[in-house]
Design a binder for this molecule. Structure first.
Ligand code: TXE
Length: 484
């Protein structure tokens, strides 16, 4: 069985063999690798190595454009090995191969985008008075910790790691226990290209290893993507040491379909937004808000479309793959069972057993209707291919429903009326709003993050570089030379 080592201080390190954790392919239930469950000492060692590497002149002397060049070279390497890396991600997460391919391309684009940005992160000068030059300089924050979830491992690792390296930081990544493979591939490539200690990879159980990292007094920033309760725990640990956090905590994002929408476009948009990665997407369109007068026809067409969605193992590259693991599967199948008893299921609602893949974690794509807007099915993240339908009659009602959860990550608006589209976009509480599309092809360049409990701060785009810099104001007094 392949044992995935951690990368600590430039060395490949295995933990205690007694504590190895299995990594499974969700499509088959097969164990495909094992990882170490890092100890407190491993984390101490990684933080110590990162501090030494960050303070050392070597890394400081890398020119900004040299950091950028390395990241761009990495993007080329990823593209060259795209097929191999896609298979790795497909087996690790269970997602359909073409969705894994899109993730690999997105990762390459993050390295390329932030590589190109590395020497364009500029400070400022501020006019004060004659004889005083006031410069605002952006410096790296230092040791940045990146805690990555399992749903888009390579994309989420790439988006924050590329920005942190571009700005000259040291990076420690903790990959999710279920999905370490592509982060290990990143570590393999970066290991001998960067000074040791600048990029490190730690593996292990989040609830054990996570707190060692997040409560460490010598780290300088945490980027976390995951659930709200874990995000709160991360923030509390960071608060003890006054360490800043960037949090992306998911959502219950609405697709709001008005009667004047282009129906074909809206229908496909709504399907894709919840089916992608089997609904295990932070920005999934998990709620459909539909205008009353088109509800019947829209839902009936939507149900027909859901019934022909092909579900299968990642490598068969069908429209939808399995859920990630037994824990997610058990949670979601129990919830669907109850929804069935309560009479909410329009279509789907059942676990799926696929011949030859009996140990995979498959469920039917599901539509729920008749749910009270305050019901947990309409309020909480399910993180599966489950769409909850809510109905509105007026624009104001649509806005109130859209804003009726604790989340505020993304919203989709489907209307051909320019007034409706702009007005609703201005009133909806979400970090990203899409009009007559959903997701804008990944949006590497677009700020991404949440209102309300969907998080703090923004990732992606140029603005994310600010997460990894701190400002220093330098005021320089000067005088004519003959007055010295
Ligand atoms: O999340 P956790 P889980 C949501 C989704 C899902 C639910 C549970 O609704 O059903 O969360 O998934 C690490 N300190 N999202 O349990 O716990 C963990 O190892 C520090 C939405 O996987 O948030 C993993 O690397 N780190 C989300 C990461 O945190 C800790 C994506 C996420 O795990 C830790 C994933 C701790 N105490 C789940 N405990 C999104 N926003 O897209 C765990 N971790």
């Amino acid at each position: 069985m392949k044992k995935i080592p951690m990368l600590i201080d430039g060395e490949w390190v295995h933990g205690d063999a007694q504590t190895y954790l299995d990594v499974k392919n969700p499509s088959t239930g097969e164990v495909i690798a094992q990882i170490s469950n890092a100890s407190k000492e491993h984390v101490e060692e990684a933080v110590r190595a990162a501090r030494v590497a960050f303070e050392r002149e070597g890394w400081r002397q890398w020119k900004a454009y040299e950091r950028g060049q390395l990241l761009i070279e990495f993007a080329h390497y990823i593209r060259k090995h795209a097929e191999e890396w896609s298979l790795l991600e497909c087996r690790d997460v269970g997602k359909p191969l073409s969705q894994a391919r899109a993730d690999i391309e997105a990762a390459a684009r993050y390295f390329e985008f932030y590589g190109g940005a590395a020497d364009k992160v500029m400070g400022d000068t501020i006019p004060i008075e004659d004889g005083l030059l006031n410069a605002v300089v952006l410096e790296p924050v230092g040791i940045t910790v990146h805690i990555v979830p399992w749903n888009y491992p390579i994309q989420i690792t790439a988006r924050s790691v590329a920005a942190a390296i571009a700005t000259g930081n040291a990076v420690i990544v903790k990959s999710a226990e279920d999905t370490p493979l592509t982060t290990h591939a990143i570590a393999e490539w970066l290991a001998d290209k960067l000074p040791k200690g600048i990029f490190q990879h730690i593996t292990g159980l989040g609830r054990e290893v996570g707190p060692y990292l997040t409560s460490h007094p010598d780290i300088n920033h945490i980027t976390f993507t995951g659930s709200v309760p874990t995000g709160i725990a991360v923030m509390k640990a960071a608060a003890e040491n006054v360490v800043p956090v960037t949090l992306e905590l998911g959502g219950k994002s609405p697709n709001i379909v008005f009667a004047d929408a282009n129906m074909e476009q809206a229908l496909e948009g709504v399907v894709r937004a919840i089916i992608q990665n089997a609904g295990q997407t932070c920005s999934a369109g998990a709620r459909l808000l539909i205008e009353e007068r088109i509800k019947e026809s829209f839902i009936s067409r939507l149900a027909q479309r859901f019934q022909v969605i092909q579900v299968g193992p990642g490598e068969a590259d069908m429209e939808m793959g399995p859920l990630l693991n037994e824990q997610q599967y058990t949670k979601i199948t129990a919830l669907l069972q109850q929804a069935k008893v309560d009479g909410y299921v329009v279509t789907g609602g059942e676990p799926l057993t696929l011949a030859g893949y009996e140990n995979g974690f498959y469920v039917q794509p599901t539509i729920l209707d008749g749910v009270d807007p305050n019901d947990p099915l309409a309020q909480e993240e399910i993180f599966g291919p489950v769409l909850t339908v809510l109905t509105f009659s007026t624009v104001e009602e649509a806005i109130a429903l859209a804003n009726s959860t604790d989340y505020g990550l993304v919203a989709g608006i489907w209307s051909q009326n320019i007034d409706t589209a702009h007005y609703v976009a201005s009133r909806v509480q979400a970090g990203q709003v899409f009009v007559n599309n959903y997701g804008a092809a990944g949006g590497i360049q677009m700020p991404f993050g949440g209102y309300k409990k969907s998080g703090i701060g923004r990732e992606k785009g140029f603005v994310a570089l600010r997460n990894y810099t701190q400002m220093k104001n330098i005021a320089i007094r000067y005088a004519p030379p003959n007055q010295h």
